[in-house]
Design a protein around this ligand. Structure first.
Ligand code: ATP
Length: 280
């Protein structure tokens, strides 16, 4: 069977429950899926309120991207229902968005755990780097929490199969300027190197317990600041070796930024040392 068969599921096997949140295309609900082997799997069901063919196609393009991905730190696709009302069915991540989770648990989470989250997101991005896939929207709002020790990259809405021009027109007000690399702001240029910049901002959010980057600036002021060399300051809880990685992720020249594969090594080292210190 080809990969599209693997993800063909029947609506009768799904019972939906409460609303988890509002996505760009429609509500996201939790539910239970009974697999062919009889296993009951907790799922998140994404719905699309607009039934025009163009919108449906856009909506389903996210699932198309996710179909081919298989990584422990990327939310996995369970199936797609392509007849109206169209549904995208994904594994459920019980603890929801990382941003809200950080706000709730800020007094409990240790630096070691925060480094672990960064490392896990970085591994997911190194995997995408290996597939030559650009994510374009790396931020804590797009990371979901599976358990206190496991986070996953969860939103592929802006990923690369979306036509560049289309993306710009469709969502100019939704562009995440404060997360974007200078070349993305200036020329709408999105590459793995601009993903590295965004990953740096996401790490900053994690150690700031989900404060908004550059909350003290308007979107329109950000590019001037970046061009005069200003960068996000070190959050109190961010270990200096992590902040020195961030400074490299925020090199103005894309070529001077580290690769995700290198960042995985550096963050693993930092995480291991932190664990050793904790043990003492
Ligand atoms: P946007 O483009 O605004 O981010 P979206 O269409 O990509 O929206 P999501 O952000 O993926 O939609 O989903 C909306 C909300 O549903 C999320 O904030 C999250 O709380 C919840 N959600 C989405 N997927 C899952 C999941 N797999 N497990 C648990 N909750 C989820």
């Amino acid at each position: 069977a080809d990969s599209s068969d693997k993800h063909r599921i029947s609506r009768d096997d799904i019972s939906v429950g409460r609303i988890l949140g509002e996505g760009f295309f429609g509500e996201v609900q939790d539910g239970v899926y009974k697999s062919p082997s009889g296993e009951r799997i907790h799922v998140a069901v994404k719905t699309c309120k607009d039934s025009s063919p163009e919108v449906k196609e856009k909506f389903l393009s996210e699932a198309d991207l996710m179909r081919n991905l298989d990584h422990p730190h990327i939310v996995s696709l369970i199936g797609v229902i392509e007849v109206d009302p169209v549904w995208i069915v994904m594994e459920l991540l019980e603890h929801g968005e990382l941003g809200s989770y950080l706000e709730q648990e800020k007094y409990i989470l240790t630096e070691t755990t925060l480094i672990l989250y960064c490392l896990q997101i970085c591994k997911a991005l190194a995997y995408l780097e290996g597939l030559n896939m650009v994510h374009r929207d790396i931020a804590v709002r797009n990371v979901l929490v599976a358990s206190p020790e496991c986070v996953k990259l969860g939103d592929f809405g802006l990923s690369r199969y979306v036509d560049e021009q289309e993306y710009y027109k469709a969502s100019v007000s939704r562009l995440p300027i404060k997360w974007m690399a200078p070349e993305s702001i200036n020329f709408r240029r999105f590459t793995t190197a601009s993903d590295v910049w965004m990953f740096g901002v996401c790490v900053w959010e994690i150690f700031s317990m989900a404060q908004q980057p550059f909350f003290w600036l308007e979107n329109g002021q950000v590019i001037n600041q970046l061009e005069s060399g200003v960068r996000l300051p070190k959050p109190h809880r961010c270990p200096p070796p992590v902040y020195s990685l961030l400074s490299r992720c925020w090199s103005y020249q894309p070529n001077n930024r580290p690769k995700f594969s290198q960042l995985v090594c550096s963050l693993s080292d930092i995480h291991r040392k932190e664990l050793e210190q904790e043990g003492r």
